[in-house]
Design a protein around this ligand. Structure first.
Ligand code: SF4
Ligand code: SF4
Length: 167
């Protein structure tokens, strides 16, 4: 959904948002039950994911914590569905909504839903650009809010340092 403002070249060299340190496991994408049903057993992608219930609605998270090989807190483990050469192997319909809106997040701050920018994507930057703000204000923000109302499990607790983009 942000492909118009993401640099394909930078993404191909980066893949930061598809790998996770232990302290970033809260960022692992959440999958709806119908996709978990498909990806949790032999499937068209040839990769079976391990999922665990989140306890929040019927969403499941990808289990990656048993894949770390060292005690180094900087060790990164790639998402099960990341091909190091080709990127994400999932088709649009199976890709988590979380991934399709990255580096945007919908968060709850002081009881209100806000759209915030994760300030760690090297392509988008740490501060919302005019192009990003316009994209959010011209429909994407409403789309995210509508999805979150139907799938409230994607709403994260607000984190300090995440710039908010007001609709
Ligand atoms: S963190 Fe940003 S630049 Fe890197 S792969 Fe993800 S979207 Fe692309
Ligand atoms: S599902 Fe795809 S886009 Fe999302 S983290 Fe995994 S590899 Fe990346």
């Amino acid at each position: 959904m942000l492909s118009s403002i993401l640099s394909k070249k930078q993404c191909a060299a980066c893949k930061f948002c598809c790998s996770f340190r232990r302290q970033s496991l809260w960022e692992t994408p959440l999958f709806p039950p119908e996709v978990v049903e498909k990806l949790g057993k032999p499937n068209e992608y040839g990769v079976v994911g391990e999922f665990a219930a989140t306890g929040d609605g019927d969403a499941c998270r990808l289990v990656l914590e048993n894949k770390y090989r060292t005690a180094d807190p900087e060790e990164e483990v790639p998402c099960t569905f990341l091909n190091p050469q080709k990127g994400c192997i999932l088709k649009h319909e199976d890709k988590p909504f979380d991934c399709s809106i990255w580096p945007l997040r919908i968060m709850r701050k002081d009881g209100e839903l806000v759209i915030a920018l994760t300030p760690t994507c090297p392509s988008i930057g740490a501060v919302p650009s005019q192009a990003l703000t316009e994209l959010v204000k011209s429909g994407l923000g409403e789309k995210i809010l509508a999805y979150a109302k139907e799938h409230p499990y994607i709403i994260k607790k607000y984190r300090a340092g995440f710039p908010i983009i007001y609709l």
